[in-house]
Design a protein around this ligand. Structure first.
Ligand code: G4P
Length: 518
């Protein structure tokens, strides 16, 4: 019987967060190349090509040129099992993006050196910060014209209040990128731009840079003087981030980054339950459902629940309990999922992600546990929605199917359904973090529930979560309405961001938050 503690210790579960076009896809591909999972790297690459060409993949995906599937890549590096969870955080930004982050122990933040910290990076970083997820930073596209590296560190500090501790430092005198120096060992790595189609692996073994320019020496001395060395405690505490410089496209600096994920990212550790009691990794099996996806792939018409193993050994065929409902779930069909391809798994350990097929009762945020050893993990926090629409059945004869569909999509977390205190089910508001969620929801309503939807704009543009006292205080105010989620949680909807900010300023006693629990 494998030792659960030892298996957990050799796992790293992480995500890559970035703004669109910073280089997340390219970096993922290079990580997979290093791990020898070249075929899988092909899968990543072809995903982009597929957007234009596939014949049988989800219509919606083709229409919009987006990817709504969540991929989990699993590969080995230096004897460590790496689980890389794809945050669909691109143009297809949605609540799922946030949820995926509840399944990881660390994140790699990719920044385009020329563009610095961009808005989507800020949003994703906020989630990591709220969860205390440690961040390793990769400053990408160093082969292109970039600002002074010290300015890049200042940008991290200014926009994210995150202290950048450079592990490597670019050798770029007068804008000529020659390589990086590893500040821990003083070893230099020579950069050579990739020729298109040329070998893109092991670039980093090209050898040392001959002599480091005077100005770079000065920068290095300055860094030493201010003591900008990696501080493990500050990193794990989310105050500081180790920074690496490189070029994903040229496969430069990638290996050092991957080594850092293995060395610095924390392995799975005890997870706190709703009562803040730690669930040790070697306790009996428990897992967190962080995402549920249904019927999207015509090749697999089913529901797939993504479960992050938190403790114990998962065994295919075992009977588990859903903590929310008390119902049993038989994990007969468990898969490792990579993009659209699946592989049956027989066992999994803390840090691993499994896809449970047709576990119809599961919702994002559910806890699964072994029968004799119950546990419930806290709900997954998300942020208040930013898009709102009133949903009507386009076909009045399909009202029943419409209601059923809306309920189902709400339960799955595809959209949040908000009901007015008085109007109730009359005209529920659909709310979402990303516009794409509406597209997925209307597509599924039409194709899966045979209940086409007519969406209409609302007068709201900002939401805050509140509590019962807040409901009372806000009732008399103008330009704000109270709606409730399916679980009864009140949500204040405002005419404009300005109104929300004014009320927040004038009434600090009212609970108004952008973080939504459960
Ligand atoms: P994303 O997943 O974060 O959206 O970014 P992606 O990897 O798709 O990269 C966005 C663009 O940036 C791509 O170019 C990619 O080739 C380029 N890129 C990534 N890393 C580097 C780098 O280190 N240096 C330079 N110079 N470019 C880089 P594209 O033309 O938009 O797409 P493609 O046609 O090459 O796929």
């Amino acid at each position: 019987m494998p030792d659960v503690t030892a298996e957990a210790a050799r796992r790293r579960t992480f995500a890559i967060i970035s703004h669109p076009d910073a280089g997340k896809t390219t970096l993922t591909e290079k990580f997979l190349l290093y791990s020898g999972a070249i075929q899988q790297a092909g899968a990543v690459q072809s995903r982009k090509a597929e957007r234009a060409t596939t014949s049988d993949w989800l219509e919606l995906e083709q229409k919009r040129g987006i990817s709504v599937t969540s991929a989990v890549a699993r590969f080995e590096h230096d004897g460590v099992v790496l689980n890389l969870l794809d945050t669909p955080g691109h143009r297809d930004f949605s609540e799922d993006t946030y949820r995926v982050l509840s399944g990881v122990d660390a994140a790699v933040m990719v920044i385009d050196a020329a563009r610095g910290v961009e808005p989507q990076t800020e949003k994703l970083y906020a989630v990591c910060k709220a969860r205390g997820t440690p961040i390793i930073t990769f400053v990408n596209k160093m082969d292109r014209p970039t600002p002074d590296p010290l300015e890049i560190l200042d940008d991290l500090e200014a926009k994210l209040q995150l202290m950048g501790l450079p592990v490597t430092w670019p050798i770029k005198p007068q804008g000529d990128f020659q390589g990086v120096v590893d500040r821990r060992t003083s070893r230099t790595y020579r950069f050579e731009a990739n020729t298109p189609g040329g070998a893109r692996i092991a670039q980093e073994d090209l050898g040392e840079v001959d002599g480091v320019a005077h100005e770079v020496q000065e920068e290095l001395e300055l860094l030493d003087a201010i003591g900008a060395d990696v501080d493990l405690e500050a990193f794990l505490g989310g105050i500081a981030t180790p920074v690496f410089f490189g070029s994903a496209l040229s496969n430069f600096g990638v290996r050092l980054l991957l080594d850092a994920v293995v060395e610095l990212a924390p392995p799975p550790s005890a997870r706190l339950d709703v009562e803040a009691a730690p669930r040790a990794v070697d306790a009996p099996f428990s897992g967190l459902v962080f995402k549920v996806q249904a019927n999207l792939d015509p090749r697999h018409r089913d529901r797939l629940a993504f479960v992050r193993v938190c403790s114990g050994r998962f065994e295919r065929g075992s009977t588990l309990v859903n903590a929310r409902t008390g119902k049993k779930v038989t994990a007969k069909y468990a898969h490792a999922v990579f993009g659209r391809d699946r592989e049956t798994v027989d066992e999994a350990f803390p840090g691993d992600v499994i896809g449970l097929v047709n576990a119809t009762d599961l919702r994002a945020g559910d806890t699964l546990h072994e029968e004799e050893s119950p546990v419930t993990f806290p709900p997954i926090p998300t942020f208040t929605p930013e898009h709102f629409a009133t949903a009507h059945p386009a076909d009045r004869s399909r009202v029943k199917q419409f209601r059923r569909g809306v309920q189902q999509l709400d339960e799955e977390g595809v959209i949040q359904v908000l009901r007015h205190e008085q109007l109730g089910d009359q005209a529920p508001i659909w709310a979402a973090v990303g516009q794409l969620q509406f597209d997925v929801a209307t597509w599924r309503m039409e194709h899966e529930f045979n209940a086409p939807v007519r969406l209409e704009g609302t007068r709201f543009d900002t939401a805050r979560a509140t509590d019962d006292a807040g409901v009372e205080a806000l009732a008399a105010m103008r330009d704000v309405d109270i709606y409730r989620r399916e679980n009864g949680a009140p949500m204040a909807l405002f005419r404009s961001r300005y109104v929300a900010e004014r009320i927040e300023r004038d009434h600090p006693e009212i609970t108004l938050t952008t973080l939504v629990l459960g």
